[in-house]
Design a protein around this ligand. Structure first.
Ligand SMILES: O=C(O)CCC(=O)C(=O)O
Ligand SMILES: [Fe+2]
Length: 223
């Protein structure tokens, strides 16, 4: 071990070198550290505008439990969970209207991140927006409601930090705990496309841009 660890390890919020924490989580899965930091204020303002038209809500699981994460969507298709199961729909059941359009700033950044992770032609049609508060978590799951598992997933973290749980294709595979910070992007596909993943209960905190919350954008090609 070096006598002085790099400054980025001691002050993770201050690593001005984008990419200092980059890492491959598994073949096909990349942490692209800080890639959304520069556009974060714009992304957050766009999320706030989307939430005025399609409010955050806590959905029910098919088993009848209320999810702790609050969700909304933008794009041609939005992810839903209710008593009938998990699926994508073109309309928000809360308003009966189409989900708000996916802003160009979202599509551009998601496409760039996918390309950097080795998926050059990613054109997402669905963006799930998650809002976590202290104690909120997302249990280990696979993203498998999409039609084509040949398409990757791009996930952007904003606001409060979180611990991302990263497993493998089988539920019992070993789990890595990956700290995710404001502006981090994780992109996975190929042989990592069906890896189990989740979010540990969020710690209390306040972030200058999101207050007491973490926001996450998950981009997928669903249709
Ligand atoms: O919040 C995150 O970082 C992960 C979100 C996620 O896995 C999902 O929405 O399916
Ligand atoms: Fe997921």
């Amino acid at each position: 071990m070096p006598p002085h660890p790099p400054a980025t390890a001691s002050f993770p919020g201050l690593d001005l070198v984008s990419g200092a924490r980059d890492r491959m989580l598994a073949p096909g899965a990349m942490l692209l550290a800080g890639r959304a930091r520069a556009t974060a204020p714009e992304l957050i303002a766009l999320i706030e505008a989307i939430a005025l038209a399609a409010p955050f809500r806590r959905m029910s699981t098919p088993g009848g439990r209320t999810m702790s994460v609050a969700m909304t969507n933008c794009g041609a298709l939005g992810w839903l969970s209710d008593a009938r199961g998990y699926r994508y729909t073109p309309h928000d059941p809360l308003t009966g209207l189409p989900w708000p359009a996916m802003p160009a700033a979202f599509t551009t950044l998601a496409g760039k991140a996918a390309a950097e992770a080795g998926y050059p032609d990613f054109a997402p049609d669905a963006c799930l927006i998650n809002r976590y508060e202290s104690g909120t978590r997302l249990t280990l799951h696979q993203d498998r409601n999409e039609r084509d598992f040949g398409q990757p997933i791009v996930s952007i973290s904003l606001g409060l930090p979180a611990i991302f749980l990263w497993g493998g294709p089988t539920r019992t595979d070993p789990i890595q705990r990956v700290p995710l910070e404001h502006g981090d992007i994780v992109a996975w596909g190929g042989q990592a496309r069906l890896a189990h993943h989740g979010i540990r209960p969020l710690a209390e905190g306040t972030h200058p841009l999101t207050g007491r919350a973490r926001l996450n954008l998950t981009f997928r090609r669903a249709g």
